[in-house]
Ligand binder design. Structure first.
Ligand SMILES: *Cc1c(COP(=O)(O)O)cnc(C)c1O
Length: 529
């Protein structure tokens, strides 16, 4: 990067195979963008100070607008005018892939649709501008939203009680496992210290169990990608607190033995946690409560259309069976004859005397509750069932359309649920999943989930979601087939893809091991020498 009197100029990016270098480094509408610290200069400001003493103005005419309040030496903060700041962030946003730009094949992420109606509702001042400490008689409408959403979630899952406050799936897992721990301790079985987790589990499951003080033991999968019921039953015993099972699982398959698993765990004195991250594949079709589950988190950002990841805060309400309900955390909203009440303290005479405590300071993610309820009400129960059916249909369309192109390790055993799983086993020697992923970037797609679940070599997990049209799926399938055929034919150009992205293939090991996270002002560094 060079900075000179006339401004900044990016170095020319290394020319990729098909990239024509330009003076600016830009490629048509794809603009190079320097770090914010490298743009403008420290004497620039978007602000004029008025009403400040002007006696310094004559001494420093160039900086008169700062009225002598300007710094004696730079401190390395960016100096940008308003349009420069706006352009910087707008340019950066254009280098990002987004659900509003195209299909997002990531698996284990479930739905990726954020209806605009949700945003409109969440911005209503009665929801957006309230405070968690406002007197409850002034926020009855907000409490009703929480209560209605809680009612929908409990009904859709066929469970008994709910904790709305956990702020993500992983946080919900912790909430569920803490309730399991409280229940075991209440019956004098705090010595049960093992939680069983399938090999294919999301990393948050073993992490949660360990964080709550449990030893984690793996349960193997069968050749068809499901929990090995015999192995699980054989391991049950007086030291096992419970199991954590994802259903549908991370291979995109429904755990058909779930009822038998729950019965076996209960018979052995344990409790059943279900990871409900993939609930969108079965919502309206299967009630986890009927499968003997004791606790399950629901990622509102995966099943009920609230923004995902950087797009907004998560929310992970947890539903409980009757056995675990007395240990659920506070607070919760209760409907009384006088209106909605926020139950915040455990009182001995009430049904929640055994509550294990709190997960968060306040009530949870109000904005997400409003969005999720909006989504639910705009679809209705039948609409939600169709969401699940369409998600499964779309995933199976992708799975079958790539028959004979990519290896589908469990493809032969029948249809998948909401996501299609492939392996790298039939690519050319020296080619792997990462090459397919990078090739997809050149085709204009965010890559699928890679190398997860761990039980499949070079896993590619693809979840199209229910909102994609057949035309969009066909285009994606065409792109993936083309890239896969190149990887099978050993096309060396694929090894250095992407060629059309702002940056070509990065050294991922170096980036992971020696990330450069701090920008050092070259001028300050020079001054320090
Ligand atoms: C996403 C996911 C989680 C974690 O949920 P967060 O909301 O990201 O914390 C747990 N398990 C599975 C299977 C998931 O897909």
């Amino acid at each position: 990067m060079t900075i000179n009197a006339s401004g900044w100029r990016p170095e020319r990016p290394e020319a990729g195979a098909a990239a024509a270098p330009t003076f600016t480094g830009n490629k048509a509408l794809m603009l190079e963008e320097a770090l914010i610290f490298e743009i403008g200069d420290t004497a620039t400001t978007g602000v004029d100070f008025t009403g400040t003493p002007v006696e310094h103005a004559t001494e420093m005419p160039a900086r008169a607008y700062l009225a002598g309040l300007d710094r004696a030496a730079p401190i390395g903060l960016p100096g940008l005018s308003e349009p420069e700041a706006v352009r910087h962030y707008t340019r950066l946003s254009r280098q990002n892939y987004a659900i509003d730009l195209g299909l997002f094949p990531l698996g284990s992420c479930t739905m990726k649709h954020n209806p605009r109606l949700n945003e409109k509702m969440a911005r209503l001042p009665g929801f957006a501008d309230i405070h968690p400490l406002a007197p409850v008689d002034t926020v009855q409408g907000a409490l009703e939203v929480i209560h209605q959403l809680a009612h929908w979630l409990v009904t859709l899952t066929g469970m008994h009680a709910i904790a709305m406050s956990p702020k993500a799936g992983a946080h919900g897992e912790l909430c569920g496992v803490l309730a399991i721990r409280a229940a075991l301790e209440a019956r004098g079985e705090g010595h049960r210290k093992v939680i069983l987790v399938p090999e294919s589990a999301h990393g948050t499951n073993p992490a949660t169990a360990a964080f709550a003080g449990y030893a984690v033991e793996n349960i193997p999968a069968t050749a068809e990608g499901r929990v090995d019921l015999a192995a699980l039953t054989a391991r049950l015993g007086p030291d096992v607190a419970g199991v954590m099972i994802t259903n549908p699982n991370t291979c995109g398959l429904f755990e058909r033995d779930m009822r038998a698993i729950s019965d076996a765990v209960h018979a052995a004195g344990g409790l059943v946690y279900c990871d409900g991250a993939n609930f969108n594949a079965i919502v309206g079709r299967v009630r986890p409560g009927d499968l003997g589950i004791d606790a399950m988190h629901i990622n509102l950002h995966k099943t009920f259309s609230t923004p995902h990841g950087g797009g907004g805060p998560g929310s992970g309400p947890v539903v409980f069976s009757a056995a675990l309900a007395p240990y659920a955390p506070l607070p919760f909203v209760e409907k009384t004859a006088e209106g909605f009440r926020l139950v915040e303290e455990e009182t001995a005479e009430e049904h929640h005397a055994g509550s294990f405590g709190r997960m968060v300071a306040f009530q949870g993610q109000m904005g997400m509750f409003t969005r999720a309820l909006t989504y639910i009400l705009s679809h209705g129960a039948d609409g939600l069932r169709q969401v699940a059916e369409d998600a499964v249909l779309n995933a199976n369309y992708i799975l079958r359309s790539l028959d004979g192109v990519l290896d589908a390790p469990f493809g032969a055993t029948g249809p998948c649920m909401h996501e299609a799983l492939f392996s790298d086993s039939n690519l050319a020697e020296g080619f792997s999943t990462i090459d397919v992923a990078k090739g997809l970037i050149d085709e204009g797609y965010h890559p699928m989930t890679m190398y997860f679940p761990l039980v499949v070599h070079g896993a590619m997990l693809i979840e199209p979601t229910e909102t994609e049209s057949k035309a969009a799926l066909d285009e994606f399938i065409g792109a993936l087939r083309s890239v896969a055929e190149r990887a099978k034919a050993g096309d060396v150009a694929l090894k250095s893809a992407p060629h059309f992205a702002p940056r070509s293939r990065l050294d991922e090991t170096l980036a992971a091991r020696k990330p450069v996270l701090v920008w050092k002002d070259p001028a300050l560094a020079q001054a320090a020498e």
